[in-house]
Write a protein that binds this ligand. Sequence first.
Ligand code: B12
Length: 251
Amino acid sequence: MPRSVDLTAVVPYADHLDDGLVQLSFTLPVPYSLAARKAALELAGKMGFEDPEVVHYQQLTDGYTYFVMYGRCVQSIDFTELQGDGFDIEYMSEEEIERFAEEQVGRAIVVVGASTGSDTHSVGIDAMLNLKGYHGHHGLEGYRSFRTYNLGSQVPNSVLVAKAIEVGADAILVSQTVTQQNLHVHNLTELVEMVEAEGRRGEMILACGGPRVSNELAKELGYDAGFSKGTYPHHLATFIVRELASRVAAG
Ligand code: B12
């Protein structure tokens, strides 16, 4: 009979239940050598992994070595104690969103979006906004209830905010992909500060997204919501129409 999962002490699964095995990869700024391999093993031990193993290592370039390792994680998580952060909402379908928007908002919902700062990655914001959408789901441009402006990538925050004010946007949507040196945090924070400086924070929903963005981070930075990998346009649209409807209801 298969063993059942103990949800009060969840550990990673690799080969069999409860083996705790984890694969990790990293680069050390040391020359490719047996000493480098030893350094990686010691480091994994210091990280708390038991029985660390180097399964692959290679020179990346002079003075740098890349490792793939296995190790046994000795920590566990009590899954029964965990709750989401209130963002596991029931998403509506495109048709439900259209109906809801018509009934509860009753006018076109204007959204302006961009990938900001020096970030050139445009696929995320295009996936949310453009008609073509993502994995067979229309972007907001394809919804009757939305009027969309996609400014593209490498858009200065000041330009995005100015456009949002010009068109009377209900929501500003920001995409951030590059996180090197915490660039995303800087860009995201700057946008909130600009909206606040313009005295518009209360009028606009601010949402951001990207592979390393989470709802927690977004909230921390002053956004109303944050979205990550696996987001579809109807997830974003559900959030916007519900948020807007509650603001309309509150007057
Ligand atoms: C395509 C690509 C590029 C293209 C971008 C072309 C374009 N027009 O977008 C090019 C070649 C230009 C490029 C350049 C660079 N790239 Co690049 N790129 C990628 C790649 C391969 C795919 C990204 C992508 O399109 N994903 C698909 C989309 C759909 O996913 P997504 O962006 O996560 O979006 C989803 C969610 O996050 C969310 N979402 C995203 N935005 C928003 C916004 C809102 C409002 C909402 C609600 C949701 C949402 O919804 C989307 C759908 O589910 C990734 C690696 C990878 N496989 O992910 C690297 C990657 C993102 N790039 C990377 C890097 C480092 C760079 C460069 C710095 C490389 C260099 N040294 O020059 C430059 C950066 C240039 C710059 N100034 O920004 C790194 C980023 C590392 C980091 N964490 O900072 C990655 C992860 C590669 C890597 N492993 O190192 N890149």
